[in-house]
Design a protein around this ligand. Structure first.
Ligand code: MSP
Length: 670
């Protein structure tokens, strides 16, 4: 069966300007859709704007315009942004559209007929300026907990959705995975919330205090609560253009169930949402659907927040980053790559421009863009710019990279491919990206190890074989990166004349400007000299501390008080790895940037202060010793994941250590 994905973003409140939190969510949904298409699936992608409610009414009042005028002017700030970030929604919905109003009114009327909405009068503490009720427990010394102004006791009649009736069914839907909540810890959070009795939900607002909303068809003194209205957007987008309900005909469910787009897409829905709106999506929404006799959503992908200096980015704090500025400075591809590579879906991440620059320079410019430039340059110099035929046997390093590329490609075509796996999937796009980028690192390693630019002088066939296969590896990487960096990926394939995904020997490669220009960033974190004398590093690198690996005993020339027992020693994971790539770090005399294969999921980037004693080319293909369980640290704005073991020579310069003969990569040094 064809894999299908109906993916949605939250619909954004129009009173806020778009910020990177919104941009992230839309980019995530867009990438999920593109990964699904890459996997051979069909997709439908919905986003839009949430245009009713008190905040919009207040904002319009403040500007002296009607709410309708206000939303008509503002919704396009969202609608027009998405194509510029290479997001391609199939439908942009506005909750003020007549089609949506009809759906909401039908839902309300149907639930009313079913006896699942009833009116009740309740009493509470009301804050007039904030226009909201508080419970006895919430108020603070007779004042509003939000604004500190006095509250008044008020009675109000309202309509309630009998949500409490669906508590058991909802628990079952979460527990059985009928409604999958990703990541799993969010499902536990929902189940925790459901341990307390579920309340009924007030779904109306009296027009006397809020008129900007969808009128309740059975009681014209009220409008619908904005969340009841907003959540239904996800089915409006699949609904036929339903006529407005009448006294005789006002059901929703039969229309939906009988409508082909609903039948086609609803079973495959994935809602992307921020963790702050989990309850509305994981509790209100599925119970509304159950009450209407419709299936619960298939999957909720809950994202964390982008933080600035550990505080949530928000307009009220004034720390929002404008996605347009970011795009203008770095381009949409870099922005998309940064968001999806840097944030593990579900967890918070700190936003900083420095991190954007680092990702751009290290991953996109160095590992990817430079790889293509290098190989096209070699072809131009040695093969008239034409793709050579591969008639020789691949070298050991090349064969390893090709095997890896094949595995990646196979994985991307299965149901378990992270970005498309629904039930077990965690939507770990950051991992998918890391795995794909590991291929580019391996290919760089191949170029350096096989050195076809030198080899071509003595063995033209071997050089041609390397070049052909490296190009083929780049085609694989470009295809797998297309969901995240669509423009750059298309350009890479164009330059390789492989728009059809196939490399054609004899085709003339196209040269071009660097795909990802590097950006300057002054590292605010550490200077090189500070990093090279990191605490704890001195022992391991001084040549005095780690002497006898064979016996497992740790000897030291220091005083007995410095003795370390074997357990302490073995907590440092010393491992053997092979150097795949090595290159100088710009503006640093001492540092080399290495990628080292420790037989892990992907090679590691390690920075080491050995540039004065060893030439990069001499290190490639050699095995080295690495301390593998140090926390990552930033050096010259780049992340180093581990430390190379070195000994100091007579002048105090660092010399790397190598095993006496080849051993399997990743083995522990004991
Ligand atoms: N209108 C409602 C959603 C209704 S869906 C039926 C809403 N809108 S919102 O504009 O306030 O927020 C939309 C999304 O942006 C939420 O998922 C929210 O989590 C996300 N973000 C807002 N700030 C954010 C960050 N700083 N970081 C990441 N996403 C955050 O809620």
């Amino acid at each position: 069966m064809t894999n299908r994905l109906y993916v949605t973003t939250p619909i954004y409140y129009v009173n806020d300007k778009p910020h990177i939190g919104h941009a992230y969510c839309t980019i995530l949904a867009d990438a999920l859709a593109r990964y699904t298409r890459l996997n051979g699936g069909e997709t439908y992608f919905l986003t839009g704007t949430d245009e009713h409610g008190q905040k919009v009414q207040q904002a319009a009042d403040k500007r002296g315009v009607t709410p309708q005028q206000h939303v008509d002017e503002l919704f396009s700030a969202f609608k027009d942004l998405w194509p510029t970030l290479e997001c391609e929604p199939d439908r942009f919905i506005r909750t003020t559209e007549p089609a949506h109003v009809n759906v909401v009114q039908r839902a309300l009327w149907q639930l009313y007929d079913q006896g699942l909405i009833e009116d009740r009068t309740f009493e509470g503490w009301y804050c007039v300026p904030d226009e909201r009720f508080w419970t006895e427990k919430e108020i603070v010394e007779g004042k509003c907990p939000d604004c500190g102004r006095p509250v008044t006791r008020l009675q109000e009649r309202n309509w309630f959705f009998l949500m409490s009736r669906f508590q058991e069914r909802l628990i079952a839907a979460v527990q059985t995975g009928e409604m999958a909540i990703v990541p799993a810890n969010r499902a536990n959070e929902v189940l925790g919330f459901l341990r307390e009795p579920l309340q009924d939900l007030c779904i109306s607002r009296p027009k006397a205090r809020l008129s900007w909303g969808i009128e309740l068809p059975f009681d014209r003194d009220f409008v619908a609560y904005v969340w009841f209205d907003a959540l239904l957007n996800y089915v409006t987008a699949l609904a036929p253009d339903l006529p407005a309900p009448t006294a005789d005909e006002h059901e929703l469910t039969p229309h939906l169930l009988g409508h082909p787009p609903f039948q086609k897409w609803w079973p495959h829905v994935t809602h992307c949402l921020g963790k702050d709106i989990l309850t509305t999506h994981a509790v209100y929404w599925p119970t509304m659907l159950m009450a209407l006799g419709l299936p619960v959503p298939r999957r909720l992908v809950t994202t964390g927040w982008w933080l600035m200096d550990d505080a949530k980015m928000s307009k009220s704090i004034g720390n929002v980053v404008n996605p347009l500025e970011l795009r203008d400075k770095y381009g949409a591809d870099v922005m998309r790559y940064f968001f999806l590579r840097e944030m593990a879906v579900g967890q918070d991440a700190n936003f900083s421009e420095e991190a954007v620059v680092r990702r751009n320079n290290a991953d996109l410019a160095n590992d990817l863009g430079n790889l293509l430039q290098r190989v096209i340059g070699m072809c131009t110099r040695s093969f008239d710019g034409k793709i050579p035929e591969a008639t020789g046997a691949p070298s050991h390093v090349l064969a390893d990279a090709l095997k890896y590329a094949e595995q990646l490609q196979l994985a991307s075509a299965t149901d378990d491919f992270e970005p498309v796996a629904v039930t077990s999937g965690q939507a770990r796009l950051n991992r998918t990206l890391a795995d794909t980028m590991a291929l580019t690192q391996k290919l760089n390693g191949v170029l350096t190890a096989d050195a076809p630019f030198k080899r071509v002088l003595t063995d033209r066939e071997a050089a041609a074989t390397t070049i052909f296969h490296v190009l083929q590896g780049i085609v694989v990487a470009a295809r797998l990166l297309a969901p995240v960096i669509p423009a750059a990926s298309a350009e890479m394939l164009r330059r390789m004349r492989a728009e059809d995904g196939i490399l054609h020997p004899g085709a003339q490669l196209l040269e071009g400007a660097p795909l990802f220009p590097k950006h300057e960033w002054k590292p605010a974190m550490t200077t090189i000299d500070e990093t090279l004398t990191q605490p704890g590093a001195s022992q391991a690198t001084s040549g005095r501390g780690l002497q006898d690996f064979r016996t497992g005993e740790f000897r030291t020339e220091k005083e007995p008080s410095d003795l370390v027992d074997i357990d302490t020693f073995s907590r440092s994971q010393l491992r053997v790895g092979i150097v795949l790539t090595a290159e100088p770090v710009p503006k640093s005399k001492k540092l080399l940037r290495l990628t080292i294969d420790l037989s892990e999921e992907q090679p590691r980037q390690i920075l080491s202060g050995i540039a004065e004693t060893v030439a990069p080319a001499d290190l490639i293909g050699k095995q080295v010793l690495v301390i593998a369980n140090l926390p990552p640290r930033l050096m010259m704005g780049m992340e180093s994941r581990g430390m190379l073991l070195v000994a100091e020579d007579a002048e105090g310069k660092r010399v790397p250590l190598h095993p006496a003969r080849l051993v399997p990569n990743g083995v522990l040094v004991k």
